[in-house]
Write a protein that binds this ligand. Structure first.
Ligand code: NDP
Length: 250
């Protein structure tokens, strides 16, 4: 009952799957109220019911992060239900690897829209309320591709590098109101992320990431626990950046 997250009001994007889903569950189990944002409404309702029946408080907010109006409406609903949003976890993202000369430029557009614009829109929507209340924490889920360069990841890495720049500047802008900002850069994690990728391209990429003996991936709970740790740092501490990868990953 003494959890530092008790009553904290959290909005998680990408909460229908993977890292966002695990993060919402972990934070709720530590007493946070969680608003769940993604497109698949039935998944969100299922998770909200699970959290509510475990004694927590969750709100399903079906929305597409590539539409600013939908993001703003979701934030307004969370604010009305909880009285405010103290924490934003931007986890919505897609990864569609491919060589520059062969990739479908429409895939680039989708990655920029979800990974970069979606995270920027959500930050834009929660920030005025956080600044007004003088407290808040924004966690942007980037990737080790936000630091490392490898073939076939040009567009994905570009979105994550851009998210890194956005996050660093966000931190500078919110410094006067003492809000906290964290950039999390996970490596290979078991989730649905790779299911949307070209499986042939992906197989070659995975083979090149470890030493060839099969890599032990991180679980979504591993990553959720890094988010929990960032959020529960003492209030005078800002966890600025975390690079977080499987031991097996190069
Ligand atoms: P998943 O595919 O399991 O989850 C992605 C989430 O994003 C889903 O909940 C999906 O929900 C949501 N999403 C996708 N498009 C939209 C959209 N237009 N509007 C709203 N929500 C959307 O992947 P992960 O959990 O692995 O990925 C989460 C984040 O972690 C991503 O930013 C990814 O880049 C990053 N990451 C993941 C790594 C990994 O190895 N798994 C490694 C490094 C970083 P829905 O489809 O219902 O909208």
């Amino acid at each position: 009952a003494s959890s530092p997250l008790l009553g904290r009001r959290v909005l998680v994007t990408g909460a229908s799957s993977g890292i966002g889903w695990a993060t919402a569950r972990v934070l709720a189990s530590h007493g946070a109220q969680v608003a769940l944002l993604a497109r698949r409404a039935e998944r969100l309702t299922e998770l909200a019911q699970e959290i509510d029946s475990a004694g927590g408080h969750a709100l399903a907010l079906p929305a597409d992060v590539t539409e600013f109006g939908q993001v703003q409406t979701a934030v307004d609903r969370a604010t009305a239900e909880f009285g405010g949003v103290d924490v934003l976890v931007n986890s919505a993202g897609i990864m569609l690897p491919g060589l520059i000369a062969e990739a479908d430029p429409a895939d680039w557009d989708r990655m920029v829209s979800v990974n970069l614009m979606g995270s920027m829109y959500a930050a834009r929507a929660v920030l005025p309320g956080m600044q007004e209340r003088g407290q808040g924490h924004i966690i942007n889920v980037s990737s080790n591709s936000g630091r490392v360069h490898q073939p076939s990841f040009a567009a994905y890495a570009a979105t994550k590098h851009a998210l890194g720049a956005f996050t660093t500047i966000l931190r500078k802008e919110v410094y006067p109101s003492r809000l906290r900002v964290t950039l999390l850069e996970p490596g290979a994690t078991e989730s649905e992320l790779s299911q949307h990728a070209d499986q042939e391209v992906l197989g070659d990429l995975l083979a090149g990431m470890g030493d060839g003996n099969g890599m032990r991936l991180m679980t979504t709970d591993d990553v959720a626990n890094a988010i929990l740790w960032s959020l529960t740092a003492p209030p005078h501490v800002n966890v600025g950046e975390i690079l977080y990868t499987p031991v097996d990953q190069r």
